[in-house]
Design a protein around this ligand. Structure first.
Ligand code: PRX
Length: 633
């Protein structure tokens, strides 16, 4: 949790002189005075097959609609639009593999590959509205697969490659996908992650998958099931990849602005992850506008978002945002410290990265290795830095600012969520910065900090963060569960979007995010639900009941601590604890492995049987237990 800091930073004059958006205050004013006019003006920057009739439709709250009646396709705006211009031969993507292999794609080349793969998907019967699960390592075929889906109107559901069997199975089944796109394996920290093997195991638990398309990356042997599994490289040389009109062209599907673009599963309060649904039109406008203004992108910039496409940051600001703006993105496959802790800095230098957008956990992790590693590299190309995923502690902020940004580069601390789709609270390049604060809401966004009853809390006091007005990049629903959408986000404070975060506002109106108020844990910036970890534990035959809580961790921000009640006849032991940790890793993925398993004879519960994680947390930290009047005897 960041402490409120006293120091503040104005942009370096040399930087400020070249910022695109000089009239920040005017932009805030315009958006506040005319929300629809503001977003309409932004939307007109992109190509629409048919213009919208209405910018914002609030007739069926909270099922807001944006750019109603408009027809568009985000993939058209990411690719087709640029290849008609001088951007055609500009690099869209530079990719480096963990072992140092390099691949580059111009806009023309990326479009060609996307068209071919879209033709393949169409030939397999994938059509508008069908769901496709993508489960891959960080390689170019991942954005290619996402864009190919978008192009033909299919709805992609990317599952992070660090998730494992049960997490993947649940997401395939819930989305009712018929096709899975994966790779044989991925490189991470010098080791192969056996992605295809995990897919095989997940598919044993669900039957509806018709086709599995496998990209060859690592080259290790994998099982290919005849009639179900196909190699990507074999499909891509088939005549069908050339499309009906030949020339590797593929017609882009005309979509309604409100048609779904993707589902992205995220953790909430129950064991079942929810499929957040985003659309073609509003999401496109929101993501492109925020990226363009917050990170001051210029035609010649090289942008690096270090996220994984398996999370919202990767969707919005690694794949769609940069392509919408026609900039050059860099993407790296592997671990930040492989083979040495200078890997990132070496790539920043070698590829001339101008803007780096990463997570506090990565900064803290790299900080541990000392300044000598970055100092060996010429980082003078960097112009702007960014942070996302969790509150950044002022110490890490200052290190990032001084050692990486050489006190020249402002840090854009962007607060947002899978659900918001786009930055919500963030500085603009000329904003005065305070380490640890995401500063102010983006133009057109209105937030408030309220108490339990919905009353605005006084300056400096902690409260719940809510959003007061709809925004174009907002989630439209939870796929298959509109009631949960209403209940989760719009019921606590009717009319307001409930973020699940607590925050404070200071006397200057700056927002300081404190953290989640629900059962969501942020481990190294990755969002996990305590309930999912608990259900993974309970799926082990020795476990009767389990509780998971988050405790502070120096590098990861939060770490998972679990309390396990064994079934009768089972004996606690160190071996069993290790086995349980491994079991969670197998079911959920390595990121969800508990830091610690503690065996307990009983779990603290309310009389109605709900586990009181708050009590466990207080006990673990030696803090007061608070109100325990509902605790069972
Ligand atoms: O608690 C907030 C934290 O991450 C949550 C959203 O997680 P997720 O949906 O995985 O999206 C992460 C990437 C956008 C939020 O509810 N969070 C995100 N960014 C920040 C943050 N907390 C503080 N400062 C941030 N900049």
């Amino acid at each position: 949790m960041p402490n409120e800091t006293q120091d503040s930073y104005l942009p370096h004059p040399a930087f400020a002189a070249n910022v695109n958006l000089k009239n920040q205050d005017e932009v805030y004013r315009h958006a506040a005075a005319d929300l629809e006019g503001f977003w309409a003006e932004r939307a007109r920057e992109y190509e629409w097959f048919k213009p919208w009739d209405k910018v914002l439709d609030e007739s069926n709250k909270p099922f807001f609609k944006w750019f109603v009646g408009g027809q568009v396709n985000i993939a058209h705006n990411c690719l087709d639009r640029h290849i008609k211009t001088s951007r055609r031969n500009k690099l869209a993507l530079i990719w480096e593999g963990e072992k140092g292999d390099l691949r580059t794609f111009s806009y023309h080349a990326l479009n060609r590959e996307v068209c071919m793969f879209a033709n393949i998907l169409r030939s397999m019967g994938v059509k508008k509205g069908d769901r496709v699960t993508i489960y891959m390592g960080r390689i170019p075929e991942l954005p290619i697969a996402m864009l190919a889906c978008a192009k033909i109107g299919a709805v992609h559901s990317v599952v992070y490659g660090g998730f494992s069997v049960e997490a993947l199975h649940g997401r395939i089944e819930d989305s009712q996908s018929n096709v899975v796109i994966t790779c044989d394996g991925g490189w991470m920290n010098g080791k192969v992650v056996e992605l295809k093997k995990i897919v095989d195991e997940a598919l044993k638990r669900c039957a509806m998958i018709e086709h599995v398309i496998v990209v060859r990356r690592t080259g290790q042997e994998v099982q290919m099931e005849a009639g179900r599994d196909y190699w990507y490289h074999e499909l891509m040389v088939l005549p069908i990849a050339r499309g009906n009109s030949g020339g590797n062209r593929c017609e882009t599907e005309v979509m309604d602005a409100e048609d779904p673009l993707f589902l992205l599963y995220t953790s909430g309060t129950t064991g079942k992850p929810k499929a957040i649904m985003h659309t073609h039109g509003g999401y496109m406008v929101g993501v492109a506008t925020t990226l363009q203004w917050v990170f001051d992108l210029k035609e010649e910039d090289r942008w690096w978002c270090t996220a994984d496409p398996g999370w919202i940051t990767g969707h919005s600001y690694m794949v769609y945002g940069p392509l919408l703006l026609g900039v050059t993105s860099f993407m790296y496959e592997g671990a930040p410290t492989y083979p040495y802790p200078n890997r990132w800095w070496s790539m920043v230098e070698r590829y001339g990265i101008n803007i780096l957008y990463t997570a506090p956990t990565a900064i803290r992790g790299l900080m541990r290795f000392g300044e000598a590693w970055p100092n060996r590299h010429d980082l003078s190309g960097l112009r702007l830095l960014g942070s996302v995923g969790e509150p950044i502690n002022p110490e890490a902020w200052r290190w990032y600012h001084r050692v990486i940004g050489k006190e020249r580069c402002p840090i854009m601390d962007t607060w947002w969520q899978t659900e918001t789709g786009m930055f919500m609270i963030t500085p603009l390049p000329l904003t005065e910065l305070k380490p640890g604060s995401a500063t102010r809401p983006f133009p057109g966004i209105e937030v408030e900090v309220v108490d339990e009853a919905g009353k605005v809390v006084p300056v400096g006091e902690e409260g719940y963060l809510v959003v007061k007005r709809p925004w174009p990049g907002m989630l439209r629903t939870i796929y298959n569960d509109p009631e949960r959408y209403v209940k989760q986000y719009w019921s606590k404070y009717p009319g307001y979007y409930f973020t699940g975060d607590s925050a404070r506002r200071d006397a200057d109106g700056y927002i300081w995010i404190i953290g989640r108020v629900d059962d969501v844990i942020k481990v190294s910036g990755y969002r996990l639900g305590t309930a999912e970890i608990e259900s993974a534990l309970v799926s082990h035959p020795a476990v009767a009941e389990a509780a998971a809580i988050a405790l502070p961790h120096e590098v990861k921000g939060q770490a998972i601590h679990t309390y396990v009640m064994l079934k009768s006849g089972q004996q606690p032991s160190e071996e069993l604890a290790a086995e349980l940790i491994k079991h969670v890793g197998h079911e959920m993925g390595p990121i969800a492995k508990p830091e610690k398993v503690t065996f307990v004879p009983q779990l603290p519960k309310t009389r109605s049987g709900k586990i009181m994680r708050r009590v466990l947390k207080a006990r673990a930290q030696g803090l007061p237990e608070g109100d325990i009047s509902t605790l069972e005897e």
